[in-house]
Design a protein around this ligand. Structure first.
Ligand code: HPA
Length: 237
């Protein structure tokens, strides 16, 4: 069933088996232009740009996911189910819940906790934790070590809300659920991977802190995530 409602690519073979997914389609463009050669653009629908190119002689795709679980839920489902994609590695930003994390630290997500109903609505999964693929995480940890890039591993909070009414609620997510930081997409991505028998992982760069209120600018968010991208690009095959 291709093209899909949200991806206009007519040929499955144009999209690599592994897709890196930043939230921002302009970050996908930046990654394709900065790190890949022989680039083909395969999606323009809603400006959710997708590209396939070559990194160190191997193929990889990169496409925006949009913000939030409904958005990444749509794109990751279509890539897995209709374009035969095997691996999706989200490369995103997150807000730190602990002062042990610094801006630009890189997190490799072991699992995510969420209050989201995405997985229950999608497939009846009624637990509140979903895990990343162990195989992809082992690879990511190995790549990070080879590249000499420090990573923090752990659980993160996958949230439906950026602007929480109770600003201090994060302390409960940290202290009761063990969440290091917040982002808004991994729970839906991991749910889709689970139900479709595919693999997903998530690398995050700390872009702000709920504890110290430090922030990065949107330009820094777009351009300064090189360490995380270098780990993720090693997934090319
Ligand atoms: N909350 C949710 N998602 C985020 C945040 C945050 O503070 N920072 C970056 N992505």
């Amino acid at each position: 069933m291709i093209p899909t409602p949200h991806i206009e690519c007519n040929d499955k073979n144009v999209i690599a088996k592994t897709v890196l997914m930043p939230g921002d389609p302009l970050r996908a463009k930046f990654i394709a232009e900065t790190f890949l050669t022989d680039v083909v653009k395969f999606n323009n629908v809603r400006n959710m740009f997708g590209y396939t190119g070559t990194y160190k002689g191997k193929r990889i795709s990169v496409m925006g996911s949009g913000m939030g679980m409904p958005s990444i839920g749509i794109y990751s489902y279509e890539l897995y189910k209709f374009y035969d994609v095997e691996n999706i590695v989200r490369i995103g930003s997150c807000g730190a819940y602990t002062d042990k994390l610094n801006l630009y630290d890189v997190i490799l997500v072991d699992d995510c906790w969420s209050q989201s109903t995405y997985a229950k609505t999608q497939s009846g999964y009624d637990k509140d934790v979903l895990e990343a693929s162990k195989e992809l995480n082992d690879r990511a940890a190995k790549y990070a070590e080879e590249l000499n890039i420090p990573i923090v591993r752990g659980r993160i909070h996958s949230s439906d809300v950026f602007y929480a009414g109770n600003f201090d609620a994060y302390k409960g997510y940290r202290d009761e659920h063990g969440c290091l930081a917040a982002e808004m997409e991994s729970f839906a991505l991991f749910a889709n991977a689970k139900v479709l028998d595919k693999k997903a992982a998530c690398l995050l760069t700390v872009s702000d802190s709920l504890v110290t209120h430090e922030e990065t600018t949107s330009e820094e968010r777009q351009n300064a995530f090189t360490k995380m991208m270098e780990i993720a690009l090693e997934f090319a095959e």
